[in-house]
Design a protein around this ligand. Structure first.
Ligand SMILES: Nc1nc2c(ncn2[C@@H]2O[C@H](COP(=O)(O)OP(=O)(O)O)[C@@H](O)[C@H]2O)c(=O)[nH]1
Ligand SMILES: [Mg+2]
Ligand SMILES: [Zn+2]
Length: 369
């Protein structure tokens, strides 16, 4: 990322055409021209964690860290960089990492919002055209979860498509597919098998060159296996364990955003794996809006509506203003959401830890040379 050997629309007006497969458009080029400073170039985040990003630039991959100024601004607005983001990069002298100087405003994105004190939200994947809602036709099958994933996807602005995996495992896959069609009116539902390849041929046309999709679904749904099948090689680790040595299949990529052989980009992040569950917190408040709005009147912001003083929900219960059964159902669901959130955070944390430990090891070995 030191020279500028990309194509040029004229002196000093690079167009970065080699980024077109990654979704770089004339509109992006226009935005770039208005905000770019001399010597900076665009890139797309293909992996991000704790302020360190791996970016795809016109010249290839590079590591970058946000400048102090950008970091401050992101913190102030509650944003953090995520896969799919378009950014402006500035090369630094010597072997040091490039700097991220700017975040280009996002298009359709997948976000999860934090309930509880402070609120805020976290972007999981940015600048999306398609959201693939992935669910297995095995034990993973759950129409109610598909409904929740759909509401999350509709909110994003990108087009949802339901992908039912492991069709080879279910002789009644057509009946199961029809059930999902029933809860997803107007949404394309595609049953596939990453193992036999059945139904896979329909996916590339959903992601033509320059478009970006993201895989969303619960753990074990088959997202990474599907990505590997579409890529034609094992680029992402799956749950598969080799019988011979008990170790996972060999994958080295830290990437979360991939360029598909037939065009289009596809994002698979460990964070998104659990998004269906995380989305349930806010969905719960929508489904139980009567209780949620009562809760606004509780004295404590983090009221659990148990034995706390000044609880508006308990008061309403005592007055018979809420149905006790409905309230019991709400409490049960809320416990489930809290449990799943804690579990997925822990899972996520461990996965990320391991990933970034490998990176720092790699960087140390570079320094030694
Ligand atoms: N039989 C069969 N198994 C699959 C298929 N797709 C995924 N699996 C298995 O389902 C498990 C979870 O897959 P994985 O891709 O890791 O799920 P992820 O957590 O959504 O990324 C693995 O054991 C896969 O081998 C499929 O099409 N057919
Ligand atoms: Mg996976
Ligand atoms: Zn309360």
């Amino acid at each position: 990322m030191t020279q500028q050997n990309h194509s040029s629309a004229g002196p000093g007006l690079p167009t970065f055409d080699s980024l077109a497969p990654f979704g770089w458009s004339p509109a992006h080029a226009e935005a770039f021209r208005t905000i770019a400073s001399p010597g900076c170039e665009p890139g797309r985040v293909v992996a991000a964690s704790r302020g360190l990003v791996l970016a795809q630039t016109a010249l290839g991959e590079c590591w970058a860290v946000p400048t102090g100024r950008l970091r401050e601004r992101l913190q102030r607005t509650g944003l953090s960089l995520c896969s799919g983001d378009w950014i402006l990069l500035q090369a630094n002298p010597g072997p040091s990492k490039a700097s991220v100087v700017e975040l280009i405003p996002r298009g359709a994105s997948l976000t999860r919002s934090w309930t509880g004190a402070g609120g805020g939200s976290q972007c999981l994947a940015a600048n999306l055209d398609v959201i693939l809602l992935v669910m297995g036709l095995d034990r993973n099958f759950n129409p109610a979860r598909m409904e929740r994933l759909l509401s999350l996807a509709w909110g994003s602005g990108a087009r949802p498509v339901a992908v039912l995996t492991k069709r080879d495992l279910n002789p009644q896959w057509e009946a199961f597919t029809a059930r999902i069609e029933g809860v997803a009116p107007g949404v394309r539902v595609q049953a596939i098998s990453a193992w036999t390849g059945e139904g896979l041929e329909a996916l590339p046309e959903l992601l033509p060159e320059g478009r970006t999709g993201v895989l969303v679904g619960s753990s074990g749904a088959g997202k990474s296996t599907l990505l590997n099948a579409l890529m034609g090689s094992d680029v992402r680790r799956t749950r598969e364990v080799r019988a011979s040595d008990g170790r996972g299949r060999h994958t080295t990529s830290l990437r979360e955003l991939f360029l598909l052989p037939g065009g289009g980009c596809l994002i698979d992040t460990p964070g998104i794996r659990e998004v269906g569950l995380c989305a349930e917190g806010s969905d719960l408040d929508t489904a139980f809006s009567d209780i949620a709005s009562l809760a606004q009147g509780c004295r404590f912001r983090d009221c659990t509506h148990g034995a706390e003083p000044g609880c508006a929900v308990q008061a309403a219960l005592a007055e018979g203003a809420i149905d006790p059964d409905r309230y019991g159902h709400y409490l049960r669901l809320r416990r489930e959401v809290a449990f799943e959130a804690a579990r997925s955070d822990e899972h996520l944390w461990r996965e990320r830890e391991e990933k970034w430990r490998r990176i720092s090891k790699l960087q140390k070995s570079f320094k030694k040379r």
